[in-house]
Ligand binder design. Sequence first.
Ligand code: MN
Length: 498
Amino acid sequence: MKAAKNYQFWFCTGSQDLYGDECLAHVAEHSQIIVNALNQSGILPYEVVWKPTLITNELIRKTFNEANSDENCAGVITWMHTFSPAKSWILGLQEYRKPLLHLHTQFNREIPYDTIDMDFMNENQAAHGDREYGHIVTRMNIERKVIMGFWEDEAVQKRIADWMTTAVGIMESSHIRVCRIADNMRNVAVTEGDKVEAQIKFGWEIDAYPVNEIAEYVKDVKQGDIDALVEEYYSRYQILTEGRDPEEFRRHVAVQAGIEIGFERFLEEKNYQAIVTHFGDLGCLQQLPGLAIQRLMEKGYGFGGEGDWKTAAMVRLMKLMTAGKKDAKGTSFMEDYTYNLVPGKEGILESHMLEVCPTIADGPISIKCQPLSMGDREDPARLVFTSKEGHGIAASLIDLGTRFRLIINDVDCKKVEKPMPKLPVATNFWVPQPNLQVGAEAWIYAGGAHHTAFSYDLTSEQMCDWAAAMGIEAVVIDKDTTIRNFRNELKWNSVYYR
Ligand code: MN
């Protein structure tokens, strides 16, 4: 899927006129060199735009307000090359509303021992100026990211790249609209939530439609369009009829093709980027949307099962954040299903009754058609595959009644030991960090759901930064997690996030 916009990030260097014009000329030249190097690194997903050095209240205020109103600007990167008295920044910062990065760097890598004099010290004093600036941002309680290190280092550039991705998630969150087909599953707690609060906090618009309204769009799909899409399926995926009559199998697949086309038309026409379904309320749909939803997720739509709109919005958000990422490994809706508790081989088999996104697939993808006890409809066609190995994150957004909490678990995806020929669903298998026991205990203490938004292409740090920008609590379960500290963290957080 394509990135939502050609976002840019402004690079604003702070200074003052105390050191003379020659010094200011150097400051401008140095920051231009840094901006060019960042843009040429090939590491940053978005362009950095150099801005003239900020030295006065008026210019700082004007620049931040221009950043607010520039549609393409997704954030401002600030750096105090020399000393920049921080009171000059108050009004600008007060009025600024977009993501803010404080890049704490320095133009020179090494102290020039043989030539260093007081002119050099005055010109190159980010160690000094960035502290003055950082002080006022902290005093004003403004959410920002601080990244320290030499601007030419790949590790620093990668962290800037990661922050840009988060910033785009912050900017794009308020454009997410979730289409709820029917309500969420009866009696289930974790898929409930305060939709008004979600719009206040995240900007999400969450609307419900009767299932037959979208089913009408499915009915209206022309046979020719369905046939063409079925052809595409048959050329792209392995067909595993498993003894079923090939014609009957193809008719079942065609039902999903009709759902894919009809659903997509409905979502496009009504401007929704995420959808939830519920197997208990299918109206006149012939099958529970399986293959159809998998294909829509692959195209970038968010999805949550059983009416889980929070997870659907998170899947969409994480797909937006990773859109256009080089060598992306995939992002999907996921559900914790069953454990392997054999010592040394512990892990969680992840899946859903049908709807796993093929972007996370490893190897061939097959179409199967199997009975489904849920939904009371004909046997749905679905894509079946196993997932890539490697590091990923599983995120669960929960509503605690008075506030939201985002729980993020670092997980290591592996191959299962043996094929599972009788399992007719796509799977992933992962070991939560720090291990299954502590990971699962911490998850349960935190109140994490069985549904997650999963990605290979994001880090827990990025999701924490996003949550901080949204003003909600985030807790991470990773290699450093201990149950004692984690339970204390939850208690401390409950005081802070009242
Ligand atoms: Mn589910």
